[in-house]
Design a protein around this ligand. Sequence first.
Ligand SMILES: N[C@@H](CCC(=O)N[C@@H](CS)C(=O)NCC(=O)O)C(=O)O
Length: 214
Amino acid sequence: MPNITIYGPPQSTYTRTARMTCVEKGADYDLQPIEFGSPELLAMHPFGKVPAMRHGNFTLYETGAICRYVDRALPGPSLLPEDGERRALVDQWISAVSDYFYTDMIHGWVLQYVFARGPEGQPDMAVIKPSVDKSRSHLEALNAAYDGRDFVVGDSLTLADLYVAPIMTYVHGMPEGPTVLEGLTNIHHAGEAMMARASYKQTLPPPPPGQAAA
Ligand SMILES: N[C@@H](CCC(=O)N[C@@H](CS)C(=O)NCC(=O)O)C(=O)O
């Protein structure tokens, strides 16, 4: 079986979800950084996002499609539950994280610090403040979902956990992170378990400029 190649920068949360899936499934994979807007990326991904994937002659884009392909292509326990209700809950959380979490935690918060666009080149607090408030409410929903378990759905790791983890790495490193996470003990416990996994440790992104490693 040829190696899987994941195209995307190590900082990208979606790219990391795909990489974590490869590690969890024991897949041999290569990470290939790629330039946004490059003809090489657009040839694989007409929408110009990351990650993209190549496996032999097969090319694929969209994180969900890549993760499901890797999950099926490799032996070992599936990252998607067989049970219909649990499977639906995994899909629910993947959708919620891709939409609400990504919008408010990555676009409206983390990237506002990384690419500061406010007055005098400072982070724009008029954008960050409401995003942080919305993030707190999203995180309360996640905290409730854990219900004292280490996983978002059920008693074993699913793709939902691999969507959550890359975003949480950045949230922990934000100036408002400790306050926003205050009292969310389920998230704390599940995060400890996640941080001990090889897939988490092997895919840690380089710290954003001016920020210590998460
Ligand atoms: N729906 C896509 C979203 C991928 C995505 O937004 N990736 C980000 C990086 S984490 C990206 O490519 N951003 C660059 C841009 O939006 O131009 C997926 O699930 O793969």
